[in-house]
Design a protein around this ligand. Structure first.
Ligand code: PAF
Length: 291
């Protein structure tokens, strides 16, 4: 166990393995403290910090995990290009009052001989599922491990990865993991671009194009309220607009049921618009509820 480098953050600690983590959590439990977990892959930005604030408003103690999970990267996705700067991440997390940063090494999460993969069906069938084979299996497997290692009361996930949020909720429900899964609203840059570690891959020119994704989501949202039976047509026009604005490919832009993620042709239930589009090295995803 080590203290976070900056002497002004003396109460925050880093746990490097499960034993350390469990020791701290056990002490907190002795003091009847409630515990929140915020899982991250590092590359901390203001979106993550908002999750920590949400966690702090709900629980006595907050753990943030920082682990770049290799099993959720597809073949062809560059795991090594994922931005990693532990010192900076820990400093950022500490600055908003994270009580413990869990930075396990790969062997702690995937020891030699590791042979269990968890898979959630249904919710993973659409949206990012077909475009990222194996991705959600990697996510739920590591998240299940993090839950069992830290046994938090609640865990917070950003709504930017809305499909991930629902899949993890399903995981906890199906496996009776006693943790409440809380979704936190998307944090956006001033121009509307949803905050994401992937934004670092955008060139200056691409960064100017990227906020179009949010503008087009809003356009879809406005049009569908006027023509609620025209989901497919409106999304087709939106797809063309994204390409026109400079996106190289649109994996999907679609309106789905907000809980089942089934695609809708007419707006007759709680719904969200979902988009995934490629710009240079980055695959950007975003979503918007329809009010
Ligand atoms: O959303 C992420 O950063 C990751 O998918 C998560 C939940 C930390 C699992 O590795």
């Amino acid at each position: 166990m080590s203290k976070i480098g900056n002497p002004t953050f003396t109460t925050q600690m880093i746990a490097r393995d499960v034993l350390d983590l469990r020791k701290v959590v056990a002490e907190w439990r002795q003091e009847a403290k409630t515990v929140a977990l915020v899982p991250t892959m590092g590359a901390i930005h203001a979106g993550h910090l908002s999750l920590i604030s949400e966690a702090k408003s709900r629980c006595d103690r907050v753990i943030a995990s920082v682990f770049v999970n290799p099993t959720q990267f597809d073949e062809g996705e560059d795991l090594d290009a994922y931005p990693a700067n532990e010192e900076e991440d820990v400093r950022e997390l500490a600055s908003v009052g994270t009580d413990l940063v869990f930075c396990p090494n790969r062997k702690d999460i995937y020891p030699e001989g590791f042979s269990t993969i968890i898979s959630v069906s249904g919710l993973t069938a659409g949206l990012c599922g077909p475009f990222r084979p194996g991705h959600f299996d990697g996510v739920v497997t590591v998240v299940a491990k993090l839950f069992l290692q830290s046994l938090p009361d609640i865990a917070i996930f950003g709504e930017k990865d809305y499909q991930q949020l629902l899949v993890i909720r399903q995981l906890a429900k199906d496996l009776n993991i006693p943790v409440e899964i809380v979704g936190a609203p998307i944090v956006r840059e001033e121009d509307g671009l949803a905050m994401s570690s992937r934004n670092r891959h955008l060139s200056k020119k691409e960064r100017l194009i990227a906020p179009e994704i949010y503008r087009i989501l809003k356009m879809v949202s406005e049009r569908i309220i006027i023509k609620p039976n025209d989901c497919e047509l409106i999304c087709r026009v939106a797809r063309e607009k994204l390409i026109e604005k400079g996106f190289e490919a649109v994996d999907y832009i679609t309106i789905c049921h907000a809980e089942t993620l089934q695609p809708l042709s007419a707006l007759n239930c709680p719904a969200r618009i979902f988009v995934a589009a490629r710009l240079g090295q980055a695959r950007l995803i975003d979503n918007l509820p329809i009010n």
